[in-house]
Design a protein around this ligand. Structure first.
Ligand code: NAP
Ligand code: BGC
Ligand code: ZN
Length: 358
């Protein structure tokens, strides 16, 4: 079967032929429908993040998948069920994080990430997965189920952020999403559809006209251009923010977030930057966090519960949003286009097969 992989020495991803996998006990064979592409794939392709499986000279890409169960084996699924797989797997024997259903909280070394770190991903015509890592997706979302994984990332980060504010009466009215990439825009939509913010903002660095700014405004949010208003100046130009959701991967934003927060506010950090040394006024940062009860939480990955919440949320997103956000779905023969990263590209996916209602 065909798979899309990174190999040593290649300029970008390539199509390779690999054997169709055979599911072991407790696992299902899934026919892949679509697999989404995000900023992390770019980082993996560039060699900045992740790594090959130990026994392989390539890595099959893809961690945002939706597919149809073809051989359920002894899992709870039936032939034809639409499913989205979670990303993390135990490296060899299971461990306490996986046993608790919290692989997203596992430290480095205690997990592989399919399509990212140490395990092949889902960009192939078929994949196998233990049933416990497959989440049911309604057939009405078969075409959009590749958005479940990225939205689950948002769900998990917001859960951690809100938990840090749960010991007092916190009413969040203003939020800014830093980043107008696919994670940023999905999060903005999530904050609009699921959470009750009076005022939403989204930060980018683009000139108008731009399709991401159109989506931001269509969602009733205010666009902030970081070239005119640096993150730390957002309170002076707009207002202090109860929630900051960083999805730029721009390391200075992690620290500037503290200045952008209102007293008692929380910043969720999602970006995965390369090492970058710069000066920070540590005293000011420390003082600001303490004297104003501010919190910063880092968040990575997500678990089955977050996937389930993401499925429920996706069901409520308006149709126009999907049409504007998903700028391209490409067959394997045109897969390169799914990895193009220009200002007209927002969210793309590679399609391995079409969903047919049974
Ligand atoms: P992406 O498509 O690369 O989006 C990043 C966006 O941030 C881009 O639109 C970029 O604008 C914008 N940006 C970067 N620097 C900026 C600046 N200085 N000012 C204003 N805007 C800026 O990536 P993504 O898929 O949305 O993911 C966002 C980040 O989250 C990445 O670092 C990714 O690795 C990380 N991530 C983390 C997790 C997790 O579990 N923690 C999960 C998914 C993704 P331009 O397009 O105009 O350059
Ligand atoms: C994926 C997560 C993963 C993270 C770090 C993200 O793009 O969506 O599942 O944990 O990258 O590798
Ligand atoms: Zn991702």
């Amino acid at each position: 079967m065909k798979a899309i992989a990174v190999e040593p020495g290649a300029d970008g991803p390539v199509v390779i032929d690999v054997e169709r996998p055979t599911p072991g006990p407790g696992a299902a064979l899934v026919r892949t429908l679509r697999v989404g592409v995000d900023g992390t794939d770019g980082e993996v392709i560039a060699g900045h993040h992740g790594g090959y499986p130990a026994d392989s000279n390539h890595l099959i890409l893809g961690h945002e998948a939706v597919g149809v169960v073809e051989e359920p084996g002894d899992t709870r699924f039936s032939i034809g069920d639409v499913v989205a797989p979670t990303v993390r797997r135990p490296p060899g024997a299971s461990n306490e994080y996986f046993e608790r259903g919290e692989p997203d909280m596992a430290p480095s070394g205690a997990y592989y990430e399919r399509g990212i770190e140490g395990a092949h991903g889902y960009m192939s015509e078929y994949f196998t997965s233990p049933g416990e890592y497959l989440v049911s997706v309604p057939s009405s979302l078969a075409d959009l189920g590749f958005l479940v994984e990225p939205l689950s990332i948002t769900e998990k980060a917001l859960e951690l952020a809100y938990a840090s504010r749960s010991s007092f009466d916190w009413t969040a009215e203003s939020a800014v999403v830093l980043g107008n990439g696919s994670l940023g825009l999905l999060t903005l939509a999530y904050l609009r559809e699921k959470h009750n913010y009076d005022r939403l903002y989204c930060l980018g660095r683009r000139d108008r006209p731009d399709p991401t700014i159109d989506i931001i405004e269509e969602l009733g949010a205010t666009y902030i251009d970081s070239r005119e208003t640096p993150v730390a100046e957002i309170p002076a130009v707009h207002e202090p923010m109860d929630l900051v959701f960083e999805a730029t991967g721009y390391a200075k934003h992690a620290f500037e977030t503290v200045a952008a927060l209102a007293p008692n506010g929380v910043g969720a950090l999602l970006g995965v930057p390369e090492p970058w040394e710069f000066d920070v006024d540590g005293g000011r940062l420390h003082r600001e966090l303490v004297l104003h009860n501010k919190a910063l939480v880092g968040s990575v990955n997500s678990n089955v519960r977050h996937f389930e919440a993401a499925v429920a949320a996706l069901n409520k997103f308006p149709a126009w949003l999907f049409e504007d956000l998903v700028t391209g779905v490409y067959d394997v023969s045109q897969f390169e286009a799914a990895f193009d990263d220009d200002d007209t590209t927002i969210k793309t996916a590679v399609q391995f097969s079409e969903y047919e209602e049974r």
